[in-house]
Every structure is written in C-alpha cells, then in structure tokens.
Design a protein around this ligand. Structure first.
Ligand code: C2G
Length: 466
C-alpha cells in the first residue's frame, strides 16, 4: 500500500485546496492530511487565518479524499511523521518547490502544480470571498510581494500585467500566475490591484483600476503631486473603494509599538525627530539615472517622512531641502528639514552617501532611539536623563514585511472601513505634496502620465524598473 502525506492550513477552503487533495490522493492508496494549528501558523508567519482548526479539519474531511487527518503543530513534525506513518510520498503545491527537498532522503517528494485560478465567489464557510490580486509591474518589489501575499490568508495572487509581453510572461512563469498584456482582460480577472510600476505611472494605473471598480494598494510614493492624490482619494471614496499607499514600515507591528510609546507621554512632549535611511546603489541603476523621477528622495523619502508626519501631523510651518548631487544632477543625499509649532524634524535619505540609518525621537522627559534598519522595526530603546534607566521594546518583523500591509488592506476591504489609521489619506496627500515641492525645487520637468493612451505610452518608453 502506497502512503501519501500532505499538509496545509486549508483556510477559507477553495478550489486550489480541493484540487491539491484530489491529486494527492491519486498519487497512492492512502492519504494522510496534516492540518496546521493556529499556533504553528503564527510561528511560521502566516497572517489572517480566519477559520478555526475544527472548521478547517471538517472542510478537508468533507472532500472525502483524506483517509486520515492529523494536526501539524511544529516545523520538525513532517520529518517525524514520515517515519511514524511509514510514508512513501510527501506532496505539496508547487508554490513550495524546493522547500521540502530535504525530505527526499526519506521518501519521494512531489510538488503538484499550484492552481492558478481561484474563483472569489466559491461558497465557503462564513461566505468570505477570496480576494484575487492582480499585480501591475514586474520589478524587484513585485517579486517580493508574491511570496508575502501567499502568507496572508484570504488573498490569492491571480495575475500580472506588464505591457511588455516578455516581462509579463517571465514574471508569471516564475510565480505560476497568469500573464496579461491587455489591461481590460487583466481587470476582468482580478478583484483588487497592487501597483508596483515606476512612480510616474501610478496615477494612471490607480485611476484605471478604480474606474474598473477595483480596490487599490499602491507602492510609495503613490503619486508625486498633491492634486493627484486628492483627486484619487476622492474618486475612490465616491465609488466606495479602498485606495491605500504602501509604505511597509507604516503597517509593521514594531513601528506601531514605537508610535504608541512615543505618543503615550513616556518621553514627554516631542520636540525633535530625526529619521535617516540610506542604501548605497550602483551608479547605473534606474534610481540614480532616471533624470526626472530618479534620486534619493523620490526613492526613500516616504520612509523618512513617515515618522515625522505620524508624530507631528501634516501642518508644518516650514519645509526646506538640502541636497548633495551626483554628476548627472540627481540627488545622492537629501535632507528635508521641517519646522512645526512645537518641534523640529529632519528626514534624511541617500542612495549615494552612506550614513547612520537611525530614528531618534527626542522629548522633554527622554528620547527613543531605533537603530537601522528602523524601517523594519524590531527593536527600540527609551532612554532618560538617568542613563542607567533604559526601557527596551521589541516586536517581530516577518519576512519582507509586505504581509502586514496586505493583511491591513484585506481587513479594510472585508470590514468596509474606508479610513486607515496606520497611514491616513491626509498623510498620503501630505507625502505627495512634499514630493511635489521637492521636484519643484529641483527644477525637474515632470509630467505624470495621464490615463489617455495608457498602454502605448508605457510600452513606448521602456523602463528597467518596471
Ligand atoms: N495550493 C494550491 N493552489 C493554490 C493554493 C494552495 O495548490 N492556489 C496548495 C498549497 O500548495 C498547499 C495546499 O494547497 O499544498 C494547502 O495550502 P495552504 O492552506 O495555503 O497551506 P500552506 O501554507 O501552503 O501549507 O506545513 C504546511 C505546508 O507546508 C503548506
């Protein structure tokens, strides 16, 4: 008798789970299914699991494919189960290809092709829909997004759009999703849109996605003009849609904790904020060569402005920029200085100058310091006049951290809450406004793409970062 084993969370049971179990059963004579516990999912960084363990087990049982159901409680369990149950074949979906090769010494390992198309309307317990995500853009961040999205229950990455067929097909092949080069087809296949295309294309894509009734999560900087941000938020609100800017720091638990401590009076009244983030790049990368949208501030400014806006608000009295430029005129290092009625702030970032990337928040009773990489906040200290008194705080930052914002975005959709306190509309508008002021002081002639002729314009002017 050939014994097969597979594992999964099987939350919000869908076609992908059903097809996986059917094929797993067909691999042998006896199928054991391991269903993960909440505690195990928490340790492996899976967010947002909705159904409880009993419901998930019951859904697996109802398929009729499992001869035996066990629970999976820890990461080392697969290895011991294979011995304990005398397993011939371990199988799991191809989104895990390579991850379980270490079991090959003990049994056959089969990766079954992942199911690409999940219908969002399939009836399931509590009738919660799966949100099918479509990605616009195929660059570095989009590549980080897909594995992160797989760790958020309730979403399924369905397809990718890029007007350049080779890029779309390459990306889709890598992540086993559908490739689209036609925007209409793309929009009709997905429920929500994640935009990770070059900065100047965001406005047009957001508008097009909203016009097609899609909720939108857009990479920072969302747009580079105040009027565009205001228009898009108004447009989304009028249509009952969610528009959210993605700055991963804003959604991570450690940064939330830091803001809570800073605002709880421990350090008194806040009088000074200094945020710095530098990341040395090769001189030939798009970020340091694009004459209109390149440079340090458009790339990293959103991160360093975030704590300033969160702690002081959007009503600053003065704003000035000091920059160090490279030979091509682009800023290699920029410091934005802001003056508020009650305090001052500097937001410093660089792609061509290295500095100490720390976040320092000074108050009338003490200060908070978070060392680099504070933008992936895992640890910070609160210090006082009495230097022996130090309070230490820590929190988790899982993987690339994008799962937090995806989970936040999903909660907003499911709870129909249009405002998000982690990054509010007015904060996103202020960020666009500061970017606009920066580009003006730099005398950059920038004209964000309009929605007219969306595809030809982008495909005509190929950008490496797309
Ligand atoms: N699956 C699939 N197609 C999808 C989604 C999921 O084939 N569109 C497969 C997964 O690859 C997995 C199974 O369905 O084999 C269960 O998926 P999840 O519930 O998401 O569980 P997962 O996080 O993949 O857990 O120890 C746990 C296992 O390692 C896998």
């Amino acid at each position: 008798m050939k014994k097969v084993i597979t594992y999964g969370t099987f939350d919000l049971f869908h076609e992908g789970h059903y097809r996986l179990l059917r094929r797993a059963k067909a691999l042998g004579d006896y199928l054991i299914v391991g269903v993960t516990t909440e505690a195990y999912d928490a340790t492996r960084g899976k967010l947002n699991v909705i159904d409880n363990l009993m419901t998930r087990i019951e859904n697996v049982r109802k398929t009729g494919f499992a001869d035996e159901i066990i629970i999976e409680e820890s990461s080392g369990q697969k290895f011991s189960d294979i011995k304990k149950y005398d397993i011939d074949i371990f199988t799991v979906g191809s989104d895990w290809t390579g991850s379980f090769d270490y079991l090959k010494d003990y049994c056959q390992v089969v990766y079954l092709e992942r199911t690409k198309n999940i219908s969002s309307t399939m009836l399931r317990e509590k009738n919660r829909p799966i949100q099918r995500i479509g990605i616009i853009g195929t660059g570095r961040i989009a590549n980080r997004f897909v594995p992160e999205a797989r760790l958020v229950s309730g979403v399924s990455t369905q397809g990718v759009y890029n007007p350049h067929p080779e890029s779309a097909v390459r990306f889709a092949g890598r992540w086993e999703i559908e490739a689209y080069t036609d925007l209409e087809n793309f929009f009709s296949a997905v429920d929500v849109v994640y935009i990770a295309s070059p900065h100047e294309t965001h406005y047009a894509y957001i508008k097009a996605a909203l016009e097609h009734g899609k909720h939108v999560l857009c990479e920072k900087p969302m747009v580079l003009q105040r009027a565009q941000a205001e228009e898009l938020f108004r447009y989304a609100k009028d249509r009952g849609l969610i528009l959210l800017e993605e700055i991963k720091t804003a959604y991570c638990p450690g940064f939330q904790k830091l803001l809570n401590i800073a605002c709880s009076g421990n350090i008194g009244s806040i009088r000074n904020v200094e945020a710095c983030f530098t990341k040395l790049e090769r001189p030939d990368v798009r970020e340091l060569t694009d004459p209109v949208y390149g440079g340090s501030f458009t790339e990293l400014g959103s991160y360093v402005l975030l704590p300033v806006l969160k702690l002081y608000g959007t009503d600053y009295q003065e704003l000035r920029f000091d920059t160090i430029r490279g030979e091509n005129g682009l800023d290699l290092f920029t410091r934005a200085s802001l003056v508020y009625p009650a305090g001052i702030a500097t937001a410093t970032c660089g792609l061509g100058v290295k500095s100490d990337g720390r976040l320092l928040i000074s108050g009338t009773k003490g200060y908070i310091v978070a060392e680099a990489p504070w933008w992936k906040t895992t640890y910070f200290e609160v210090r006082y006049e009495d230097s022996s008194r130090v309070e230490r705080y820590s929190d988790t930052f899982l993987g690339d951290g994008l799962r937090y914002e995806i989970s936040n975005f999903l909660s907003m959709i499911n709870q129909s809450s249009k405002e998000n306190f982690k990054l509010t509309r007015s904060e996103s508008v202020a960020l666009a406004d500061i970017m606009e002021q920066f580009l003006k002081t730099e005398n950059r002639k920038h004209e964000d793409m309009g929605t007219q002729g969306l595809q030809p314009e982008i495909s005509g002017e190929h950008r490496t970062g797309f």
